[in-house]
Every structure is written in structure tokens, then in C-alpha cells.
Design a protein around this ligand. Sequence first.
Ligand SMILES: NC(=O)c1ccc[n+]([C@@H]2O[C@H](COP(=O)([O-])OP(=O)(O)OC[C@H]3O[C@@H](n4cnc5c(N)ncnc54)[C@H](OP(=O)(O)O)[C@@H]3O)[C@@H](O)[C@H]2O)c1
Length: 290
Amino acid sequence: MESVQGVWLGGRWIPALGLGTWQWGDRWVWGFGRGCGEEDLRGTFGAAVRAGLRLVDTAEVYGSGYAERLLGRLVGETEAPVLVATKFMPFPWRLTRRSLLRALRASLRRLNVDRVFLYQVHWPFLPRSVEFWAEALADAVEEGLAEQAGVSNFRADQIRRAADRLGRRGVRLATVQVSYSLLDRRPERNGVVDACRELQAVLLAYSPLGMGLLAGKYGPDHLPGGMRRARFARLVRQRADLLRALQQVAQARGKTPAQVALNWLVCRGAVPIPGAKNARQVEENAGALG
Ligand SMILES: NC(=O)c1ccc[n+]([C@@H]2O[C@H](COP(=O)([O-])OP(=O)(O)OC[C@H]3O[C@@H](n4cnc5c(N)ncnc54)[C@H](OP(=O)(O)O)[C@@H]3O)[C@@H](O)[C@H]2O)c1
């Protein structure tokens, strides 16, 4: 296994680039089963481990549990110390603190592990407050079911409130996962980047390739199928300058657009967690480091 650049998180070094698994089992957005199946994902995971990208982000809702189950099998087949990050979805019918622990235990069973590296609240959904779920996250860490606690899609004020509530229980907010890329620089303007810096929480950048648009292979005459199609048709026109500049920088540096887009985030101290559908994409993305 290669050694890769890292970021300090909760008392240990984690790789500066991770792997996302929303694609695993998802038919609607990612077309799972049409040109990307389980064998491809085995290849994806194997390539990530070989490249030293050991932080793998998943969620109970990805593929309705399929992503966690497959990841659990793959982690069980490797000797490599994979860091599993998964997420709790605060559905409106989940009203008690114990419901987070129940969901986490179900994730652990699917993942076939006793604890995860990182447990994150997926969205700050009502009716419960961010403080309520922060208390439940602290329970998960106290019970030894998760090493680190994180939040996702929280606003800057919600991040601070969650960190404060965790802090009262002696738990640090380790990570904040938000959409962040050359296409989506809102975290720089809405205070999320500043909040992460202030709290020394690692920013996990999701959709770091703009859901594939920044990889440079799509254009007006070549669009993906599924739910990305209409959005990409608009973005290839509206963001034509950005996509052209990305191609130019990539060419000048002997890199690919995906590598430039990911390196841009790494240089800002964020940890991108690109999704990938096969080994080739992972190998290319790993070349963003250095
Ligand atoms: N917390 C949240 O609410 C949330 C939301 C979204 C995502 N996430 C997490 O973040 C991860 C990453 O985000 P994402 O999957 O939405 O988008 P992304 O990482 O920006 O894009 C992933 C897609 O880009 C394409 N791609 C990746 N590498 C490529 C390469 N080297 N060359 C060409 N194409 C490449 C692939 O799709 P095609 O080949 O089909 O183009 C791949 O499925 C997810 O998997 C998930 O773990 C979290």
C-alpha cells in the first residue's frame, strides 16, 4: 500500500483523499446495474485500498443498506486498516435519542464491525434539534460504537451549536461534511469553512467532482443519463468558462481535470471523498495527491 498525504483527525493521520459510496446500489442517480455492478465496485474498493485511500464514506440510506453491506464484506476480505465513516438519517419518525443508537447498531451489523471510525448526522432535519442529535452522537462515542463524531449539511451556526453540545460531553466535533468543489464554493461564503477552521474540524468535501462534471468527460453533446442529465445540460452552458479553464490547467500540468479539481480542494485543507464506479477512476483520482 502506498503512503499518501494526510490530515490530522482525532489523534491520528487520515488520508487526504477518501472514497464515497453513494453510487453503490443507487439506480436513480447513478444508474447502478447499468454499466456499473458489484464486480466494478469490488475493483473500486481494491484500487482505493492499494492507493492508500482508506477513508470510505457511506450511509445507511445508500442503496437502502446495500452500500454498507457490500462495504462490510469488502472490509472483511482485506487486511488493510480501512476507516469506515457512515451516517445517521434523522427521519421525522425518529424521535428518541435511542433511535440513533439503534440505527448505528443496524449499520454495524450490515458493516460487520463492532465500531465505526466516524458516525455522522446526515442532515439537520426537524423535528429534533441539532443539540438533540449531538447528545445522541455523544452517546454513540461514549458507548464505544463510534470513534469520532461528525455532522453533514449543517449550516455554520448549527455546526457551532453541535460542537458546543458535544464538547460539554467531552467529545470533539471531528468532521463537517458538505458539498464543496470548484462548482460549489458556498462553504467559503456561508461561514462553513471558517467554522471548521475555528473548531479544528476536518471538512469532508462531498461531490468534489461536481457529481462527475468536473472530470471533463461531459459536454453539450455527451451528457449522462438519469437524474444528472438536466442539471448537467444547464451547467455545461453556464459554467463553460470554468470547465475550459480546468481543461487548460490540467493540460499544462500533465494532469486530468478530475485530478486538478481534487487537488484544488486538498490545497484548501479539505478532504475530498470522490465517488467512483471503477478501479480506473479511483486510480486517476488518487493521482490528485502530491
Ligand atoms: N452528506 C451528503 O449529503 C452527501 C451528498 C452527496 C454525496 N456524499 C458523499 O460524497 C461522495 C462523493 O460525492 P458524489 O458521489 O455525489 O460526487 P463526485 O464524487 O463529485 O462524483 C462522482 C462521480 O464522478 C464520476 N467520476 C469519478 N471519478 C472520475 C474520474 N476519474 N474520471 C471520470 N469520471 C469520474 C463517476 O460518475 P460517472 O462515471 O457516472 O460520471 C462518479 O460516480 C458520495 O459518494 C457520498 O459518499 C454525501
